[in-house]
Write a protein that binds this ligand. Sequence first.
Ligand code: AMP
Length: 224
Amino acid sequence: MIQFNELGLAELILRAVSDEGYTTPTPIQAKVIPDMMNGRDILGTAQTGTGKTAAFVLPILERVAERIAGSHPRPAPKHAHALIVAPTRELTAQIADSIRTYGRHVRPSVAVIVGGLKPGPQIKAMARGVDIIVATPGRLLDHMSTGAIKLDQTALIVLDEADQMMDLGFLPAIRKIMARLPKERQVALLSATMPKQIRALANDFLKAPSEISVAPVAKPIEKI
Ligand code: AMP
C-alpha cells in the first residue's frame, strides 16, 4: 500500500499529515493527490468520510508551498491562486479547518467568502490577494460583480459536493463563476452522486478528467 511520503508532497505538508497521525492515504487520496499534482482535471464520486477533503487540500497546499519556495509570484490584490467552492457555510468552515490543519507549516493565506456575514471583512481579506479562497457560490458571485474578487488568475479550482450545490439551486451561479476563470486552469469536481446535470457540468468545464469513484463508507474513518 502506498504511503503519504511516496506521493511527492513537500516536507512541510508531510509533517502536518504525520502530526495528524496519518501514514496511509485513503483510496481517493492515493488517486487524486498524484493526478492533481500532475495537473489533471478530476471527476470524483465520493462522499464525506472518504478523506476527500485532504485529497484536494493537500495538492493545493503543495502549489502554495511551491509559491512560497519562490517558484511563483504571490497573488495580486483581489486575486487568488486557488478556489474551493462548496454548498454551505458549515462545509466551507470544515474545509478551512482542514487547510489550517494540513497547512500549519506551509501557512497559506486563506479567505472564507460566505453568505450571512458582513461583506466588509471579506473585501478586506481579499484586498492584498490570497493563496486560497473557500467560498459558497452566491456570495462569491456578489464579490465578483462588485470587483472585490477577481478570478482571472485563479488556475486551480475545486467544486466540492457538486450535487448538493445543484440541489440548492447553485448551478447557474457555478456556471457564471466557471466562465470567469482563465482558459488555462485545472478543475476538480467532487460529488457524492453523479446525476446527469453534474455530468453535463463536468463535460462543459473539465478536460479529459481522471475519473474516480470510491464506495461510500458506513462511518467516517477514525483518527488513528
Ligand atoms: P472527509 O471525507 O474529507 O470528510 O474526511 C473524513 C475524516 O477522515 C476526517 O475526519 C479526516 O480527518 C480523516 N482522514 C482524512 N485522511 C485520512 C487518512 N489518510 N487516514 C485516516 N484518516 C483520515
